[in-house]
Design a protein around this ligand. Structure first.
Ligand code: GLU
Length: 359
């Protein structure tokens, strides 16, 4: 790890336009990096080819350019930890999956979707884990020669992470504190699929954060349930000493507080949920963006910073540079009850739909 230097990353999947909540996550990463004299990496997580949407990567890059959020390294910026697009790192993941297989931390599973479906019907709340793996078709239950034969015959398989029951996993989150989870509730997650020779998000994410020397993982709260699995993966690779610190940010919720703020909520209440206008290449649907609706990028940054945080003074307007001042924004926001976010959200619509901040 480079000498104490803070390194954070924003790692979107190019599955569509960037949600304003994602922009907020990137903003917090940016501010954290700047406050600590650190570096911000832009990585594209495109290992799920089914969900790839053409134009999404360009859209995301253009959004940050418009907002003035600059990256130090990554796709389109270069740097010494590249390539930064996961689809260009296949060989790296293959090597690391091999390491987990060699050390018995992972295993090969041949169960077809139909077989898994049948198990789900047979066993209530079925999950592939320490209780059930002994009854499935995998390299733990089949003789070695049969496993080799099946692979040679071109049988599709996945690599699963072998999670031992009976452990208590601690995730030390900068916002949530000590989050504890029992390993018994976790399933043996798929880490790699032979069908497309690509890893899943979990494996690629951990390998890249390690190799890219990321010190702090600041991301949306929807990833908190995956964090215990990530801790176990760091442990399995023997990387616990350099495991990044986690900070899971509260999400931008629907005004009613249930679930993530959606495009439909924005349409209903009269504000965009995307930074730029987006033309969906498949449906040809057009979604409104803050830029095309006439907002200044500074206003968007300002209201995103104020979601879930306030300076405790009367000051309402902050430039990006002012936000970087350590005395202004805390490094990461403290736990924000969703009611606060709702309250703040309610006030944004009134403040910012008022034309004061518009061109
Ligand atoms: N690719 C993930 C996303 O789009 C990144 C999650 C993470 O930051 O670990 O949300």
């Amino acid at each position: 790890m480079s000498e104490g230097k803070v390194r954070v990353r924003f790692a979107p999947s190019p599955t569509g336009p960037l949600h304003i909540g994602g922009v907020r996550t990137a903003l917090y990463n940016y501010l954290f990096a700047r406050q600590h004299g650190g570096e911000l990496v832009f990585r594209i997580e495109d290992t799920d080819s089914q969900r790839f949407v053409p134009g999404a990567e360009e859209y995301i890059l253009e959004s940050f350019k418009w907002l003035g959020i600059r990256f130090d390294e990554g796709v389109s910026f270069g740097g010494k930890h590249g390539p930064y697009r996961q689809s260009e790192r296949r060989d790296i993941y293959k090597e690391y999956v091999g390491k987990l297989l060699d050390t018995g931390k992972a295993y090969i599973a041949f169960d077809t979707p139909e077989e898994l479906e049948a198990k789900r019907k047979e066993i209530e709340n079925f999950q592939y884990d320490s209780h059930t793996r002994g009854r499935m078709r995998n390299s733990l239950t089949l003789p070695k020669e049969e496993v080799e034969g099946l692979i040679e015959d071109g049988q599709q398989y996945v690599v699963r992470f072998k999670i031992d029951a009976g452990q208590e996993i601690h995730v030390n989150d900068m916002i949530r504190g000590d989050v504890r989870v029992k390993s018994d509730i976790l399933d043996d997650k798929v880490l790699y699929k032979s069908a497309d020779e690509l890893p899943t998000y979990h494996l690629a994410n951990i390998v890249d954060d390690h190799l890219m020397e990321i010190t702090h993982v600041i991301r949306g709260e929807e990833w908190l349930p995956s964090a215990p699995l990530h801790v176990l993966l760091y442990r399995a690779f023997g990387w616990e000493d350099t495991m990044p610190q986690f900070a899971h940010l509260p999400l931008l919720l629907k005004p009613e507080g249930k679930g993530k703020l959606s495009k439909r909520d924005g349409d209903r209440l009269g504000f965009p949920v995307f930074p730029l206008e987006w033309h969906d290449p498949k449906t040809e649907e057009v979604s409104s963006g803050y830029r095309e609706s006439g907002y200044f990028p500074e206003a968007v940054v300002n209201f995103l910073a104020l979601l879930g945080w306030n300076p405790g003074t009367e000051q309402e307007l902050f430039s990006l540079d002012e936000l970087v001042e350590p005395s202004t924004l805390p490094s990461v926001p403290r736990a924000v009850p969703s009611s606060t976010i709702r309250k703040v959200y309610g006030s944004i619509t009134s403040t910012y739909s008022a034309r004061t901040m518009m061109r």
